[in-house]
Each structure stands twice: as structure tokens, then as C-alpha cells.
Design a protein around this ligand. Structure first.
Ligand code: AGP
Length: 612
């Protein structure tokens, strides 16, 4: 997704904006641009380049003076990846410059009416209509502020804008609707950015901006107005992550660091929330909806990609332990379905970034129906976190690799805690809850053990199977969503196709794929469905397929049947996904690395998909 950064203050803006954009690289992009205003010479300097930020810095004089700057990393939605389409975009007089994250859905009709009034465009983008629209309204006699408000009202879609106008050289104007934007408060300096990883360059004090907010910032003060409603209020907050967590440290890239952080992510997410002796959990974020939660009798859990697989996993254990009818739905599908809901329905949304457009759209839709909404997110103050009625934060720390790894385990843990919370409001007996919580309290050690046991193994298996152009991943019950997540991880960073399947489905068609040498990864810990899954293994073996099996430590019975065996520690069936996913994350990482992929920023992908 696009990243935007703006700085105004007493320092030189160029290095700050560039560093801010580098902090946002993990969001995914294909071109970059920057504008610096030199107050002394009263000149605008701007440059934009396709490709990485280093292509931009290569052509910029590092001593370019100016204490006001805006920058952008573009993830193409409309128009080719080239210099003309990179941001900032400007009006005919090159006075008004804009960077934008989002989509202007009605840009074609606006563009054609502006062309009829003589405006000349230099790009194929939707964004470029905005500076020209501003220019046109100012020409018609509106004040700058009114032109901004009217322009924002004319466009349909989503946006986080930073606007610079040479006629107002001491000010940056920002506006947001459905796309993320945060204001950082420094001492006589301000920074605006798409997310807090860039804000942390200047300050840890932030203002959360609401949909409809317009922010007028100069180096001494900021003012917020809304083009949507009169009575919005803004909350100030403090970013609480240490910058150390956003650096790679001893690791070659963020993805492997974040896999090795999985034990800590789980431990931090559990911290302070287990009441083992009482067989209960403490989830302060749910206090204000506790009585409503007692009444619900059906649950919809939604998310996208990896977050949806955590939701799919929860579908099983909400029904098994809390005995509440539960359905996991892909957010981009749920938006268009007509599920049967009532005042006793609970919508749970899972999202690492808290900014995914499809997931946000579902929440907005369900809120209009008065449905209770709970969010599970990893980013404090994210749009989802502020939209839902109540929430449970994951404490996985910033996840910067595009491929979600540690956040998946943290989300799963949050969902298990929520299941216990709901189950204790209903039928689950204390003994069963205590057993789960006691094991959950120690599971981070078993995750660590799984990493230590399998890091080298995953590396050598990646080498051994590097020939493969396609994989099947199969699992049953709690490990079916793990098969889905494992296959997504492989394909999204290695670009090699992989398909996740419910293992019982293999004989209903996919087994036709099996031929000599075709690799299948089978997730088969010794659990209630183990025997069934081993019969699938034998069906594949009979057709000379290659088999990598994940099973419980000590179970030597598969060594003759499978080509390769990965062992994970014994644990409760409900918790086995927290272990079985770890070697699959490691395998995907090493496989992609051996193919020379950019594992932190895979092609075509964005860390948070804030457009539909
Ligand atoms: C996961 O590896 C992918 N990068 C992607 O599927 C991601 O999980 C999905 O876009 C949802 O993102 P969210 O959790 O921030 O909502």
C-alpha cells in the first residue's frame, strides 16, 4: 500500500522525509517521490522515480535546503509504474502539490470535466485530479480552505492526502477518509505519516485522525476541522514501541526476525491476561460489552488472508469449547453476502494492520445493523481498533515483513483467550479451562523449541525441494487452516504455487495431481484425527508422491512412510496449530530466499491492503 510522510519544523526536511519513507517501505510500493520547499529561495524542489527509494535519493542533492517536505511511496492502483505516475502530482501552474494514499473512484468524470475547462494532465492516475480540482475551485473564487472542503466532498473513494500550496508556504494540509494517517507532535515540529513506524523518527506523541478530518499544520501549531461532521473529537496518544523492535538487529531481514520473535509475540500477548487458578482470563477491553456478550448466540469471524486463517481456526474452537454457532467468512465475500443476523450476533474482525479495506467495510456494514463488533488488531489506534465496539490487542510488536508470521500466532492466541472468556460465561467447566490456560502459559517455550529443532531442517528441506513448481498442503480439523496459511506463506514470498486443502478432500479430485515426485506437506500431529490423515498419506504414497509430514515428537512410525519428517512438541490438540505453523513459516522463508526473492517485500504485495 502507498506510504505518505510529511514534515514541517526547524530541521532540514529531506533526510527526515526520506527516512520516513524508508520506514514505510514494508507497506509495499513500486515508485517514490518527494517535494521540499526552500523558504529562503521561495522555491519548490520535487523529484520522483519508479522503483526503490534509492532510485530517488540517487538523483537528489542531499543538501537540498528546506524545512517543509512531503513524500510518497506509490503502490500502483491506476496507471503504469513510471515517473509520470509517481507522486507528488500538481496543478497546471505547479503551485499545488499532492501525495495520496487511497483511490478516487469517480476520477474519470472529474478529469473529463476539468479537461473541458482547459486543464492539462500529465499522468494516468486518479490522484492527479485533486490538485487540478483545487486549482479550479480557487479560480472560481473559493478560499483555499473552502476549495479543499468542496474538493473533498466532490470525490468518492478513500484518501489520505498531504497538500502543499506555494501560496501558503508555511503550511501542510492533510485530510483522511478510510485511509490511515497519523499526526506526530514534536517540539515546534510536526510529522504526518501513514503509520507510526515513520512517526517514531520525530516523536512518540500522536494525534489519531478521524475520517473526515482536515489538518492545517504549520511549525507552531495544528488545527483540525472536519468536512463530515461538526462534533468530531481527536485523541492524543503515546506510541509505546521501542525503535529497537523496528530494526532488524542480528537478522538478515524482518521476516526471519519476526519468525524468531513468535515465542515473544505469544508471551507478550498472554501477559497479564491468564487467571489460571480461576480457569479464566482478564480482557479489560471487553468490560464495556460484557453483558451483551453473555446474550450472543451466533458468531461471525472475518478477516483477509492470514487473518482469515486465524478466523477459520477459531471457528473450530469457538464451537467445540464455547458451544456457540460460529462461521468464519472472508471479509471481501462477507461484504456481499446476506448472512442471517440478529441482535444476538457477534462480529469479530481479525486484522494485523487494523487498516484492511475489506475488513473495515464489513465492520461499518454490520455496525449500521446494530451488530456488536469486536476487533483483534496488532496496531494501537488503527482504524479498526477505533471503529469496533470493543477489542483485544495482539502484542506482537510491529510486524514489518509483508508476510504475516508472528501476528498470526498472536491473533490465534487472542481468539483462544476470547473463546475462554465466552466459554466461562457459558458451559465450559473450570477444569478444562484450567488445562488449556496452563498449557497456553507455557506454549511459548514449545514454540521456541520448535524453532530451534526445525530452523536448520527447514533450510535443508527448502534446498531438497527447490525443484518443485507446485505443492499441496493438507491438514484436518485444527490443522486445515494451518494448511491454508502454510500454502499462502510459500506462494506469496516464493511466487511458486501452493494449495492448502482439507486432507479429507484430497480424494475428491486433487489426488489427480499426485504423480512421482509431486510434493505434499501433510500436517499430522497425533490428535483425534491423526489416523484419518495418515490414510491420506498412504493414498499419496501409493501414487509415488513425495511426502513431508509434520508430526508429534516421539512418533517414529512415519519415518518409513514419509520422505521427510518434521517433529513438533506434544501439546493439546487445540494448541497444536501454534506449533505446526512454525516449520511452515520457516520452510517458506528459506525456499523463497534460495530462489533469490525479496522476502520482506514480495512483488505486487502490500503489507496492508487499504484499497478494495
Ligand atoms: C499475509 O502474509 C498477507 N500479507 C496478507 O494475506 C494479510 O494477512 C492480509 O492482507 C490481511 O492483512 P491484515 O491482517 O493487516 O488485515
Amino acid at each position: 500500500m502507498c506510504g505518505i510522510v510529511g514534515y514541517i519544523g526547524d530541521k532540514q526536511a529531506l533526510p527526515i522525509v526520506i527516512k520516513g519513507l524508508e520506514r514505510l517501505e514494508y507497506r509495499g510500493y513500486d515508485s517514490a517521490g518527494i517535494l521540499i520547499y526552500d523558504q529562503r529561495k521561495k522555491e519548490v524542489y520535487f523529484e520522483k522515480q519508479p522503483g526503490r527509494i534509492k532510485n530517488l535519493t540517487r538523483v537528489i542533492d542531499p543538501d537540498t535546503p528546506g524545512t517543509l517536505g512531503i513524500g510518497h511511496t506509490r503502490w500502483a492502483t491506476h496507471g503504469q509504474v513510471n515517473k509520470a505516475n509517481a507522486h507528488p502530482h500538481y496543478d497546471c501552474q505547479k503551485k499545488i502539490f499532492v501525495v495520496h494514499n487511497g483511490i478516487i473512484e469517480n476520477f474519470r468524470e472529474i478529469k473529463s470535466s476539468l479537461i473541458q475547462r482547459g486543464h492539462k494532465f500529465s499522468s494516468e492516475t486518479d490522484t492527479e485530479v485533486f490538485p487540478h480540482l483545487l486549482e479550479e475551485l480557487i479560480k472560481e473564487g473559493l478560499s483555499y480552505e473552502q476549495a479543499i472542503i468542496q474538493s473533498l466532498k466532490k470525490i468518492r473513494g478513500s484518501f489520505a492526502f498531504l497538500i502543499f500550496n506555494k501560496d501558503y508556504p508555511d503550511m501542510i494540509v492533510a485530510a483522511r477518509l478510510s485511509s490511515p494517517l497519523i499526526l506526530g507532535l514534536g517540539d515546534k515540529e510536526f510529522i504526518l505519516a501513514s503509520d507510526q513506524t515513520a512517526i517514531g523518527l520525530i516523536t512518540n506523541k500522536i494525534v489519531y485522525l478521524n475520517d473526515g478530518d482536515i489538518v492545517f499544520v504549520n511549525k507552531n501549531k495544528y488545527e483540525i476541522k472536519s468536512f463530515l461532521s461538526e462534533d468530531t473529537k481527536n485523541y492524543e496518544g503515546i506510541i509505546d514501541f521501542s525503535s529497537a523492535e523496528t530494526e532488524k538487529g542480528r537478522f538478515q531481514n524482518y521476516m526471519i526476525k519476526e519468525i524468531f520473535d513468535e515465542p515473544k509475540a505469544v508471551e507478550d500477548t498472554l501477559r497479564g491476561r491468564l487467571l489460571i487458578e480461576e480457569g479464566d482470563v482478564k480482557l479489560g477491553g471487553l468490560d464495556r460489552v460484557a453483558s451483551r456478550l453473555k446474550e450472543i448466540d451466533n458468531i461471525l469471524i472475518t478477516g483477509c488472508g492470514t487473518a482469515f486463517y486465524a478466523a477459520k481456526l477459531a471457528e473450530y474452537f469457538f464451537e467445540e469449547y464455547a458451544q456457540i454457532s460460529t462461521k468464519a467468512e472472508i471479509a471481501s465475500e462477507l461484504r456481499y453476502k446476506m448472512p442471517v443476523v440478529s441482535e444476538k450476533t457477534l462480529l469479530i474482525s481479525v486484522s494485523q494492520s487494523g487498516e484492511t479495506a475489506d475488513t473495515l467495510a464489513v465492520i461499518k456494514n454490520f455496525k449500521t445493523k446494530g451488530i456488536l463488533t469486536i476487533g483483534i488488531t496488532n496496531v494501537v489506534g488503527s482504524s479498526i481498533a477505533r471503529l469496533v465496539d470493543a477489542g483485544i490487542y495482539s502484542h506482537a510488536g510491529p510486524e514489518l515483513a509483508v508476510a504475516s508470521t508472528k501476528a498470526f500466532l498472536a491473533q490465534t492466541v487472542d481468539l483462544i483467550l476470547l473463546m475462554i472468556y465466552l466459554a466461562r460465561q457459558r458451559k465450559i467447566n473450570v477444569g478444562e479451562a484450567k488445562e488449556i490456560l496452563t498449557e497456553l502459559d507455557q506454549i511459548h517455550k514449545k514454540i521456541q523449541e520448535t524453532i530451534v529443532d526445525n530452523d536448520q531442517k527447514a533450510d535443508s528441506l527448502a534446498e531438497k525441494y527447490l525443484f518443485a513448481k507446485d505443492f499441496l498442503y493438507i491438514g484436518r480439523k485444527y490443522n486445515f487452516p494451518i494448511a491454508l496459511e502454510g500454502s499462502l506463506k510459500l506462494k506469496e514470498i516464493s511466487y511458486v504455487h501452493a494449495e492448502g486443502l482439507a486432507s479429507g478432500e484430497i480424494k475428491h479430485g486433487p489426488i489427480a495431481l499426485i504423480e512421482e515426485g509431486f510434493p505434499t506437506i501433510i500436517i499430522a500431529p497425533q490428535d483425534s484425527v491423526y489416523e484419518k490423515t495418515i490414510s491420506n498419506l498412504e493414498e499419496i504414497k501409493a501414487r509415488k508422491g513425495k511426502i513431508i509430514v509434520i508430526t508429534t515428537k516421539g512418533n517414529k512410525s512415519l519415518e518409513k512412510l514419509a520422505d521427510d519428517v518434521i517433529y513438533i512438541p506434544e501439546t493439546l490438540e487445540l494448541l497444536s496449530p501454534l506449533l505446526s505453523i512454525v516449520p511452515l513459516h520457516l520452510f517458506a522463508y528459506y525456499f523463497a530466499k534460495k530462489l533469490g526473492r525479496d522476502v520482506d517485500r514480495p512483488r505486487n504485495l502490500a503489507k496492508s491492503v487499504t484499497v478494495e
